[in-house]
Design a protein around this ligand. Structure first.
Ligand SMILES: [Zn+2]
Length: 140
């Protein structure tokens, strides 16, 4: 029977949305949470994927983001400050919305799937707050 499994990850990260008309244009941070959600037919042992192996799909990326500032390359004001003071920074070529962070993580998870995996769909849900999340899905 096609089955869906999920694992949660948490990290702290700074960002801002320079184009935003409200509070999000300011430098601020979130306690982010991501749910990695995999669907597929379980193997003979009853697993879509071992939860330990799910961690391997994304933990290095989470560690890279943790306590970093996620900076859009076009945000030259903040970028030059971060570089001048050697702050932990992850540069990306997109606005740092939850939607775009979810897409970045989804693409990373798909790139890390091991040979012979049983996954037929990947979803990533990124919570910026307890009440708000963005979710993206790719059917393989
Ligand atoms: Zn924010």
């Amino acid at each position: 029977m096609r089955t869906t499994i999920s694992k949660q990850f948490r990290w702290e990260m700074g960002h801002r949305l320079p184009f935003h008309n409200g509070l999000c244009k300011n430098i601020h941070g979130h306690s982010y949470e991501a749910h990695v959600i995999l669907s597929g037919e379980p193997d003979a042992q009853g697993m879509v994927m071992d939860y330990f192996d799910m961690k391997l799909l994304i933990q290095k990326k989470i560690d890279e983001l943790d306590h970093a500032f996620l900076c859009d390359t076009s945000d030259t004001v903040v970028r030059s400050f971060l570089e001048a003071h050697s702050m932990k920074t992850v540069l990306v070529a997109f606005p740092t919305t939850a939607e775009n962070i979810a897409r970045m993580l989804l693409e990373h998870v798909i790139s890390q799937l091991p040979v012979g995996h049983r996954v037929d769909a990947v979803r990533v849900r990124v919570f910026e707050t307890e009440k708000t999340y963005a979710e993206v899905e790719s059917v393989l």
